[in-house]
Design a protein around this ligand. Sequence first.
Ligand SMILES: Nc1ncnc2c1ncn2[C@@H]1O[C@H](COP(=O)(O)OP(=O)(O)OP(=O)(O)O)[C@@H](O)[C@H]1O
Ligand SMILES: [Mg+2]
Length: 243
Amino acid sequence: MTAISLQNLDVSYDGNRVVKGATFDVAEGESFALVGESGSGKSTVLKAIAGLAPEWAGTIEVLGKPRSHRPDRALARQCQMVFQDPYGSLHPRKTVDSVLSEALKIHGLGNRDERVEQVLTDVGLDRRFRFRYPHQLSGGQRQRVAIARALMLEPKVMLLDEPTSALDVSVQAEILNLLKRLRAEHNLTYLMVSHDLPVVGFMCDRMAVMTKGEIVEIAPGTALHDGAFTHPYARALYAASGG
Ligand SMILES: Nc1ncnc2c1ncn2[C@@H]1O[C@H](COP(=O)(O)OP(=O)(O)OP(=O)(O)O)[C@@H](O)[C@H]1O
Ligand SMILES: [Mg+2]
């Protein structure tokens, strides 16, 4: 099955179109990257899929179901987003426990204690962390909590917006390894934005290259080893990364 299917997706802010005709499919279980310069529209594509972009046109399908312009609770459960900055995305006055329980409450799910402890274990944090506040965690631990929050509802698709770029290089590798393990253990599909082509090479099967709101090339991850890009912008991006 196709996990994510975009056809001619346009997204605008205040009438200004910043994503133009984005079209691609991500297969179930695949790890797919969006790369391209700052401002090219990568985060906006993720936000539109997550239902966080107010103005969009075209078709967005998640697990075969078209997204409408209304909030969709069932879809929210299956498709979760992790943001770049774990400081900004975690409420400073909420404990890890309340951050993780929140989605369970909203969706009326029980066994909260058990689920919270299980997900903490899944992301490599022990129960001592459960009643801490974000400021009592390191950057890497905070990002583990953000990932745990996304996993709470047992989604099938994860939208990862530069999940490690706010972290120290040494911590980046830990989080990337964690994400890789979680994908295998939970049969997840990833759509991941990254500036870092080596990270994409490590994490992703395929990638879409974006510039100025348009997808100009879709390439296999192996293109990062053999340089098999055809579009001039994609070739320049590859060359700039030392390829
Ligand atoms: N909330 C917003 N309101 C108005 N314009 C926005 C908003 N968010 C993003 N934009 C604009 O939309 C365009 C695409 O932004 P987007 O955040 O998707 O880029 P990006 O590729 O994720 O960039 P970066 O790599 O820097 O994160 C940019 O020109 C940006 O200024
Ligand atoms: Mg972005």
